[in-house]
Write a protein that binds this ligand. Structure first.
Ligand code: SF4
Length: 267
């Protein structure tokens, strides 16, 4: 079995969510505009480092999503998101703080780690390069709100960065946050992950896999209103037994448990 960060984090958010997705094969419909825009923007960033035209690539990739019946949030529109994307690419080029040598090798890098006799863990890291001339692991994120910078040091608790530091063994990590708002902004955030954090993450992976393999899948979102994840969970229709909610949000692909690691490419 091959596990990924998304699998582990889905299980830790709510084990029943893990069952719906990985054992029963239910998946969210790919109609969320923000997610598809994020994928198109990643392609545009790759084009920038490969010395191609990033705006042309963004337009091409985002046009490919236009035909689908997209769900927009926060008053977004297709045109507005494209415009924000081009402004963000301009800002990123002007800032000129990130360098990636040999981009064909150092973008979207696959790392695999054996976690037990039968199980591997796989992760796709966005890039390894330099931020302000210091070598680090690089992650991109598009979002409509700023990443919080207070309290100081918060980024070191980001579970996905801890995971990528664990699988690569690289302590220095950086997150480039492309914020789509009225005046666009690129945040360049950097932190270091300690040996202890990497060790603990390895233990968390092993422990979580043990619980998954012991079929401990009782539902527990764990947190009450207003942070209760059930309120934004795509699987809420299944848990409430409401077929109309299921039909609106999900499609079923049986046998998905063998392909869980592909989540790394889509989230
Ligand atoms: S709706 Fe709530 S209980 Fe059901 S899978 Fe989602 S988070 Fe878990």
């Amino acid at each position: 079995m091959t596990y990924s960060y998304t699998q582990i984090s889905q299980y830790l958010t709510c084990p029943r969510r893990y069952r719906h997705r990985y054992l029963d094969g239910w998946r969210e419909k790919d109609t969320r505009a923000a997610m598809l825009f994020g994928r198109a923007f990643e392609q545009a960033l790759a084009a920038f480092f490969l010395r191609e035209d990033p705006a042309a690539v963004l337009f091409r990739e985002w046009t490919g999503s236009q035909k689908q019946d997209l769900q927009y949030s926060n008053g977004d529109t297709w045109d507005r998101m494209l415009q924000q994307g081009i402004q963000l690419l301009d800002r990123f080029c002007q800032d000129d703080r990130v360098r990636i040598r040999q981009p064909r090798r150092n973008l979207q890098i696959k790392f695999t780690r054996r976690v037990s006799k039968q199980n591997d863990f796989v992760a796709y890291v966005d890039a390894i390069g330099r931020l302000d001339d210091r070598r680090c692991l690089l992650e991109w994120k598009t979002t409509s709100s700023r990443y919080p910078e207070e309290p100081d040091g918060l980024l070191a608790l980001d579970p996905q960065l801890v995971c990528y530091s664990w699988i690569t063994g690289i302590a220095e990590v950086a997150l480039m946050v492309f914020v789509r708002k009225r005046l666009v902004e690129v945040q360049y955030l950097r932190t270091a992950i300690t040996d202890e954090q990497r060790q603990e993450f390895g233990q968390l992976v092993e422990d979580t896999i043990r619980r998954i393999e012991a079929a401990q899948i009782l539902p527990h979102s764990g947190i009450r209103f207003p942070q209760n994840p059930c309120t934004s969970c795509p699987y809420v229709g299944l848990c409430l037994g409401k077929p109309e909610l299921v039909a609106a949000a999900l499609v079923r692909r049986p046998g998905a448990e063998d392909l869980g690691w592909l989540d790394e490419l889509t989230y």
